[in-house]
Design a protein around this ligand. Structure first.
Ligand code: HEC
Length: 296
């Protein structure tokens, strides 16, 4: 028992105090204290249970402290807690372009993740154009998806960040276009389409003339209807900007993957990426009318 206590006092306590000292110093940006802690043997990447000294220095906005830690060998990509991610994340949250550039220049991964999203998703959503530029120039994937299928462009448009959206479009965003389905509609299975609709769409959309209080507009008469035209409904700018009536091919494109084909859309669902299923759904949508418009 006494041996254990002695062990704690002599061996563990100094380690714990080093850890505490370097974390306190990082939080306050005390460069001399960080250097002293490191000289006394503190581990530059030691976690305080959640974050590394570099993460804490960046979160505090302390440039000189962050630089010193990196020069003393801190791992810029260390992320002991997935929910916090690496030091790049607080730099983005604070929109500190000097810290963002420091980290990227010293090898921070521009595709770093926090939870279910990449650094670029965070920057695009917040509308920080300089942050987005720095990440893209360092090689961030402009088409990366969050775990629930959102791209940086979708998030930028959804939040009305126009400059960021334009920049992303000019820097490699790919908007998918499906193959035409006109010829396949004739052979589509309306009953299977109805079943898919029940499973994928009905919890947000009515299939009757009644609009109801659903999240999405009624899809009665949707084929051939002006886009985004149901009275008193607040549509996204993305859908309002798409001119014309809903043709079979426009529905085919929209439903492929709504957030990819129509970034900024309020319908944040995977849609129906499978061509056969999508064609069946569209054939079913055609029947939601007193006078279904002719097949192409
Ligand atoms: C989570 C709810 C939700 C689900 C599920 C959903 N939608 Fe939507 N849908 C919406 C919302 C909200 C809008 C309005 C979008 C906007 O304004 O950007 C919309 C819009 C539409 C439109 C355009 C309507 C118009 O008036 O122009 C069509 C077509 C559509 N959805 C079809 C579907 C189909 C088919 C499915 C199933 C594969 C589906 N939706 C699943 C919520 C949903």
């Amino acid at each position: 028992m006494r041996g254990v206590l002695l062990f704690i006092l002599l061996v563990l306590a100094p380690i714990a105090s080093h850890a505490a000292a370097i974390h306190d110093a990082a939080k306050t940006g005390d460069v001399a204290a960080i250097a002293a802690a490191l000289d006394a043997g503190a581990d530059v990447d030691e976690s305080d249970g959640q974050a590394t000294p570099l993460y804490l220095a960046v979160r505090g906005g302390h440039f000189a402290a962050a630089k010193l830690l990196i020069e003393r060998g801190a791992d810029v990509n260390a992320a002991p807690t997935p929910g916090l991610g690496p030091a790049l994340m607080p730099a983005l949250a604070k929109r500190r372009i000097d810290l963002i550039n420091l980290l990227l220049e010293r090898g921070a991964n521009p595709n770093s993740q926090r939870n279910r999203e990449n650094a670029l998703h965070i920057a695009a959503r917040s509308g920080c154009l300089d942050c987005v530029k720095a990440l893209v120039e360092a090689g961030a994937d402009v088409n990366a998806k969050t775990k629930d299928g959102k791209t940086p462009l979708h998030l930028a448009k959804f939040k009305g960040q126009r400059e960021v959206a334009d920049y992303l479009i000019a820097h490699g965003v790919i908007l998918p276009t499906p193959a035409p389905i006109a010829k396949k509609l004739v052979a589509a299975d309306v009953e299977k389409g109805r079943a898919s609709f029940s499973r994928l769409c009905a919890y947000c959309h009515n299939a009757v003339p009644d609009e109801g209080a659903n999240q999405g507009p009624t899809l009665w008469n949707v084929v051939g209807r002006d886009k985004a035209s149901v009275a008193k409904r607040r549509y996204s700018d993305a859908l309002l900007a798409w001119q014309g009536v809903w043709t079979y091919e426009d529905l085919n494109k929209f439903l492929l993957e709504p957030m990819l084909t129509t970034p900024g859309v309020y319908m944040e669902v995977p849609g129906a990426p499978d061509e056969t299923e999508r064609t069946n759904i569209i054939a079913y949508l055609r029947t939601l009318s007193d006078k279904p418009i002719p097949l192409p």
